[in-house]
Each structure stands twice: as C-alpha cells, then as structure tokens.
Write a new protein. Structure first.
Length: 433
C-alpha cells in the first residue's frame, strides 16, 4: 500500500485491530496514562501506518530481557529472548522523555526506511512492541523496536586486539558493506550515519548495516522547482565528509561513501583515522590526509557556505601513498602498514576518501574495483573469524558511551576527544532544517 509522506505517529496503527483477541492495540496503549500522545486520526494517517504491515503491537513482556548491550543518546539496547519461540532478538528502547508529540520522529523514520529495505546485508526489523502504561503506572508508554540479533558490531571487534582480521576478512566485510550500501542507494535512501558502531556482524559471519534513525529518502529534483535541502548536522563527526563540514545542504549518496572509506581504513588502524575534536580540527585532519581543500582540488568548493568562514590549511597533498612509502608506523598502527602492502586496497581507499564528492566512487563502482578480484578473494562470510570469538563484542557497552577506549592511545585507554554523539555547541554547524 502506498504510504503518505506525513511523519505520523506509529502508535495509531491498531485501529483496525481493536476487536482482535489477545492482540493489544496501539491506540489502547497510547490512551492509557499518556494523553499527550493522542492524535486526530485521518484516513491518510491510517494508510501511512498500515503501510508498515505490522498486524498489531505486542506487549514487550513477550520478550525476556537478558542483558543490556547498548546505551547512547537514542536510548538503550537489550539482548532478549522470545518467551514462546526462544528466538534471540535485540530490543531497542526508544527514548521518549523529550517527545511531547508521541512516537519519536527518528524512530518512526527508522521504521519507515527498514520497511522498504529487505536485504541480506541490512538489519531486519521484526516488529514494534510497547511497555504499556496503566492507571497504577502513570509513566509514558515505552516503545521498543525489535531487531534480529547480531552478535557483534565492527567497532567492538576492532577494539579487541585479540581479534585478528586478515586481508580475506577485510575484503569480505567491505564487499558486504558495499552491497548493503548499494541496496540502500538503489532504493533512493541516504543512511547518513555510516560508522563502525553501526556495522553489525552475525555469528554466521554476515555483515549488516544498522541504525537508520538519520536515514532520509533521496529526493529527485523536479524541473522548475527549487532543489530539496537536507540538514548538514548528520554523520558522527569522525566520519563526516568535508562537504557537510563546510555547510553543504544539497548532497547525495556520496556522504555515505566517505564513511565507507573511513571504515575500510579502520579495519587495519583498529581506531578511527580522523579523530577531530571540532569541525575545524576535523577539516584540518582531512586536509592533512587527503590534501588541501581549494578550488584546484575541489571544483565549486568556494560556493559552500562555510568555505570562507573556516581556516583551511593549504599546501598539503594527499598522503595515503606517502604513508605507504615512508612506513609511518607512528602515525598509523602496524596493521595499517601491512594493509598498504595491497596497492589495490590503498587505491580503493584513495578513491573513497576524495575531497570532491562528485569524484568519489559510488557503491556500485567500488564493488567493481580490482581489490575484490585479485587474490586472495573475498569469501561468502567471515564465519571462521566469528568462531574464534567467545563473547559478544559491542562498542556501546553498558553504561559507556561511543568510542570509549578507541583513541590513538591504544586499546582500553580512556581518551578525551569529544564523543561523536555529543552536541557541537559553539561550533559552526548550527544549520538544522
């Protein structure tokens, strides 16, 4: 059923199921102890919510929470088990405390995007559940997104020095990642939050892209109408491409490809390669690694809103190949130097971390790169790597924020860079629309 573009609240989707036996309805959920979450129901809203094809909203009590595996600005994530089927799932608790109008738009957006995306390398949304309020419990209704469980995220794997990622593993993981990105972009969707923590890996060695809370549809320009603008306050700072740092609001899939390049390099550095503490510092690090930002390296960059407002270092040239020649172990870790023994791998990173987004490889082009067709060849999965890991490894461990212990100081050391999800108050990027 075709859906409306109106970001309606998902908690009205049970009006057609109110007479069902043992099927708790969303409207019943939202009307008990949470009057601020009521909406005027229109046919358009019903059509929009029905498009999700979730027959009704179960109570979260059908799942038994086993342990907390994640925590961040979005809420909490729990490993849980279905009491009836014994299936292991991930429960993503939606943070509601600042939501005066019901179901958060970021969670609704994630549901809408994942309903459109069904692919081997994209996380699977199973259903939405709620923890209903009652007359005795006047707290807000709490909502949970229920996902197929993945045993690890890539950031957690990279934080463990005992996890040995070979060139075959790297090729396989990057192929999975690019295949997932290709599907996302083919569906005219932008992920807008590519980072290692949002790359999940199952116990069977299959990579899946996750966290679509910032994803948006890619609008096609209509002749005679102004081009659609997006916010540039997306993508975790360490993975944010230079065009967003310079205030660009007309962008496309290229922003996700920059993140893919950062993740690929991180497979060997074992830590994010561009750890800026502010937008200004991030641009300096990008210039040092990828060359100076100017009209010669990037056509049209002088037209970006912040180009003349920020200090951009000059007289730098792209230095990835220089790192290969000079063996700069002090700048990147030994694993990265071993990685650079593959010229094809280095060339692919060069082609993804290009300043000018118009010159950046697409996911389809990257999948055709020689890196994936020269020995050793990628395998269908990294099951052999997963078999060596006995515990779940997540970047978001209970009670700790993103990238804890993942700075250049080494594994397990606490660092003091700005947390990637923290606000950027006092910086230049307050153009939110």
């Amino acid at each position: 059923m075709q859906s409306s573009n109106d970001p309606a609240a998902a908690n009205n989707n049970s009006n057609n199921n109110s007479n069902s036996v043992n099927q708790p309805s969303c409207s019943k959920t939202s009307n008990q102890g949470a009057p601020s979450m009521n909406y005027q129901v229109t046919p358009e809203l019903i059509q929009y919510v029905d498009s999700f094809k979730f027959p009704y909203m179960n109570d979260v009590s059908k799942y038994e929470k086993l342990t907390k595996i994640g925590q961040g600005t979005f809420g909490e994530v729990f490993k849980a088990q279905c009491r009836e089927t014994k299936r292991i799932v991930a429960l993503k608790k939606i943070l509601m405390e600042n939501e005066k109008e019901g179901f958060p738009i970021t969670a609704l957006r994630e549901v809408k995007m994942l309903q459109k995306l069904k692919h081997k390398h994209i996380t699977e949304l199973i259903e939405i559940c709620s923890d209903r309020s009652s007359p005795r419990n006047r707290e807000r209704t709490t909502f949970y997104l229920v996902f197929a469980f993945c045993d690890h995220d890539l950031a957690g794997l990279l934080s463990n020095s005992n996890v040995r990622i070979t060139l075959v593993h790297a090729k396989t993981l990057m192929k999975h990642l690019l295949e997932g990105l290709y599907q996302i972009h083919y569906a005219k969707i932008l992920h807008r939050d590519m980072k290692a923590a949002n790359v999940l890996i199952t116990k069977d060695g299959i990579l899946k892209l996750a966290d679509f809370g910032l994803a948006r549809p890619l609008f096609t320009k209509i002749p005679g109408q102004p081009e659609r603008c997006y916010t540039n306050r997306v993508v975790t700072l360490w993975y944010r491409p230079p065009e967003l740092l310079l205030g660009e609001r007309h962008y496309g899939p290229q922003i996700d490809m920059w993140g893919a390049g950062c993740i690929m390099a991180e497979l060997w550095t074992r830590t994010p390669i561009l750890q800026g503490e502010s937008e200004q510092k991030q641009l300096f690090l990008i210039s040092y690694l990828c060359g100076s930002i100017n009209a010669q390296s990037w056509r049209g960059v002088e037209n970006l809103p912040l180009y003349t407002r920020l200090e951009l270092p000059q007289n730098y040239r792209q230095c990835l190949y220089i790192l290969n020649i000079l063996n700069l172990y002090h700048f990147f870790r030994l694993e990265f130097q071993l990685f650079f023994n593959s010229n094809d791998a280095l060339n692919l990173i060069d082609s993804l971390l290009v300043l000018d987004p118009a010159s950046r490889l697409s996911a389809e082009q990257a999948l055709d790169h020689a890196f994936f067709f020269t020995p050793p060849l990628p395998t269908p999965d990294v099951r052999d790597l997963m078999s060596t890991i006995t515990t779940n490894l997540f970047e978001y461990t209970a009670g700790r924020g993103a990238h804890t212990g993942r700075g250049r100081g080494g594994h397990g050391q606490r660092q003091n860079p700005r947390a990637p999800n923290a606000s950027n108050q006092g910086q230049f990027m307050d153009l939110v629309f």
